[in-house]
Structures are given as structure tokens and as C-alpha cells.
Design a protein around this ligand. Structure first.
Ligand code: 3B9
Length: 332
């Protein structure tokens, strides 16, 4: 019935009933990921509550779902077009294939090149857009060209700066991941609640970023490593290694293990070092990434539709999930 037909008492009772229903539906939606009701049913009830509270301000309660911090509960994610596509990685599984990659580069460029070698973090690729040093948009990779706007969720991640140390307008990219300890604690909590556990930290990060309620994302203890500046403002950056150092100066969380390698022997050493440390790292990695360090050579080498020609990922054999969880449970 129209809001004007309600007495204040009736409006208050209707609002209390609507809040209980909406809280139940939202609890199901975010913990079980299988919504009890269609979005439009949820949205209609949400609008009814808003109308009642607007018509009768005295019935608003601070815990009402309409009063949530970080705006209303979203009913979906808007799409974002990546002007510069978010490409994927060519990947290899043997050292011989890495040698072939290096030979191909040297043949193409005409001389040996230095690589910036980085850990390949097992998370979700994200893009962050800043205007005059302020975060204006955060999105997922999606299919590389069209991603989802998850700005509000990314703003709950403490390692993502809202304001940079310089008022630059840039787009940066990196990986959002769930640390192994946070993953073990979350699954322990899921089990206690009788909820489904997540298969691995990457799935847990994906599920946490695609939450329609920023409070749930905030509670999930996500973190980031930023590794690419996609649009060059007047930043004087000449190599991939410097780009990551610049990202750190701007206030981003970057991975401290990056290393410039001048030949494959040095690359093998890096691989030996980090294959040995893999289980002890507080985050999941699924390999290492070689990138031609000189940015001019990178643009000279270009990219295919899906991957840059100047980078390759060397994948480790799949980590034995049990050892990781067992190790962490033991240390908890
Ligand atoms: C190298 C790149 C694929 C990012 N680069 C790009 O996405 C990219 C995008 C447009 C490019 O060039 C274009 C410019 C304009 C138009 C079209 C392409 C080049 C690279 C990548 C992907 C995943 C990574 C990961 N998990 N860990 C680390 N450590 N590094 C990673 N690096």
C-alpha cells in the first residue's frame, strides 16, 4: 500500500519486518554465495524500506541496512573498459623453454638483454586509476578488455593508497591476493559456520573481491602487489625495475624480491632461491616472471593479441596444498 496510507506506528513495524528480511537475505547472499532471492526482489524490498524511512525519518535506526558505511549494498557491478588491455602471460614449464625464450629475444633485438625477474603472485589481476594522485577507479581484469568496477571493495584494502605521494594521473596494475594465514583463518571460520570452504587463496580472493557488500570484503584481509605502470605521466622511468621502485615511492605495496638478471645463469639462481623459499612465503606464488628490463625494448618487441612478447612466466609444479595448510595450522 502507498507509504502515505501508513500511520507512523505501522510504518515502524513494516520497517522492522523489512530490515529482518533484508538482513536474512543479505546474510545468505554473502556467506553462501547462493542468493535465496533474485536481485530485483531484494532491491524492491530495499526500496520499500528506503521509502518508509524517507517518509518517516523518526523510524530510522542506526543498524538499518540503509545506513551501511560505504554506501548501499550494491546489486551488481558496473562494467569497465580497459583502454590498455590487461594481457595474460605466456608461460613455460621447463628451463629449456626459458632458454628458447631468451634466444628468441636476443635474435629479435640483436644483442643479449637484461631481465627484471619477479615472483608470479597467485591472485587476481586488478587495475587502479588515479587522477591527480587520488584513487578514482578500481577494477578486475575480466576478459582483459572489459572488467568489473570494484572500486568500493578495493578501497577497503589497506595496502591500496587512496592518495599517492605525488599528484600524478596514472593507471597501475598488480595482483590482489589473500595471504596464506588469512586463507587458513577464513576457512577455519567457514567450517565453524558450517559454510563451504574455499579451495585455494586465489578463489578466496576472487570471492572476497566480488562481494556486493564492502564490509565483507573489508573483513577478508586482502593484500596487493603492484607491478606495472600502464600509462606514463611525465614519470621518467626507463626500466621495469625502476617502474616498480617508482610505484613504491608513490605509495604502492610492491614485491621486494624483484631482481635484475643479466643472463640466464642469474635467472636460474633466482628460480633456485625462490623455489626453495616457496612454502615459507606468506603468500602463494605459481612461478616467476621474466620481463625485458628496458622499457624501450619492451615497446619495440610489442605484444600479440593476448600476451606481451617481452615477458614469460616460468611456472613451478603445483604446490602440494596439504603441506601448506598443515604447516600454517601447526604455526597458528
Ligand atoms: C606483464 C603482465 C602481462 C602485465 N602487463 C600487461 O598486462 C600489459 C598490457 C598492455 C601492454 O601493451 C599494450 C599497450 C597498449 C595497447 C595494447 C597493449 C603490455 C603489457 C603481467 C601479468 C601478470 C603478472 C603477475 N601475476 N606477476 C608479475 N610479477 N607480473 C605480471 N605481469
Amino acid at each position: 500500500k502507498p507509504v502515505t496510507a501508513y500511520s507512523e506506528q505501522e510504518a515502524s513495524e513494516a520497517a522492522i519486518a523489512l530490515r529482518q528480511t533484508l538482513n536474512q537475505w543479505s546474510e545468505d547472499y554473502y556467506t553462501k554465495d547462493n542468493p535465496e532471492v533474485e536481485d530485483h526482489v531484494y532491491d524492491a524490498a530495499y526500496r520499500d524500506l528506503q521509502e518508509l524511512e524517507t517518509a518517516f525519518p523518526s523510524i530510522v535506526t542506526p543498524d538499518s541496512i540503509t545506513q551501511r558505511v560505504g554506501g548501499a549494498v550494491l546489486s551488481g557491478f558496473t562494467k569497465v573498459r580497459h583502454e590498455i588491455p590487461m594481457l595474460s602471460m605466456g608461460d613455460v614449464f621447463s628451463r629449456d623453454e626459458l632458454t628458447e625464450f631468451d634466444q628468441r629475444i636476443q635474435k629479435n633485438v640483436g644483442h643479449p638483454v637484461a631481465y627484471n625477474v619477479e615472483l608470479k603472485i597467485d591472485g587476481l589481476a586488478i587495475s587502479l586509476v588515479y587522477e591527480n594522485g587520488k584513487l578514482v577507479q578500481g577494477s578486475t581484469r575480466g576478459d582483459g578488455t572489459i572488467g568489473e568496477d570494484i572500486t568500493q571493495n578495493l578501497q577497503t584494502i589497506s595496502s591500496i593508497p587512496q592518495t599517492l605521494t605525488k599528484p600524478v594521473s596514472i593507471e597501475v596494475r598488480g595482483e590482489c591476493y589473500m595471504p596464506k594465514q588469512a586463507f587458513a583463518n577464513l576457512n577455519h571460520q567457514q567450517e565453524e559456520r558450517g559454510e563451504a570452504v574455499f579451495a585455494n587463496p586465489r578463489n578466496a580472493a576472487a570471492g572476497s573481491l566480488r562481494q556486493l557488500d564492502t564490509r565483507v570484503t573489508k573483513a577478508r584481509k586482502l593484500d596487493t602487489f603492484i607491478y606495472t605502470i600502464s600509462t606514463f605521466d611525465d614519470l621518467q622511468v626507463k626500466t621495469q625495475h625502476e617502474a616498480i621502485e617508482t610505484l613504491e615511492e608513490l605509495g604502492f605495496m610492491t614485491n621486494p624480491t624483484q631482481r635484475v638478471c643479466h643472463n640466464l645463469e642469474e635467472v636460474w639462481q633466482y628460480i633456485d632461491d625462490y623455489q626453495a623459499q616457496r612454502d615459507d612465503l606468506p603468500y602463494g606464488i605459481d612461478g616467476i616472471v621474466l620481463k625485458v628490463n628496458d622499457l624501450k625494448l619492451q615497446s619495440q618487441l610489442g605484444h600479440t593479441v593476448k600476451v606481451p612478447r617481452w615477458e614469460i612466466a616460468y611456472k613451478f609444479p603445483p604446490e602440494e596444498a596439504q603441506t601448506v595448510v598443515r604447516k600454517i595450522e601447526w604455526t597458528v
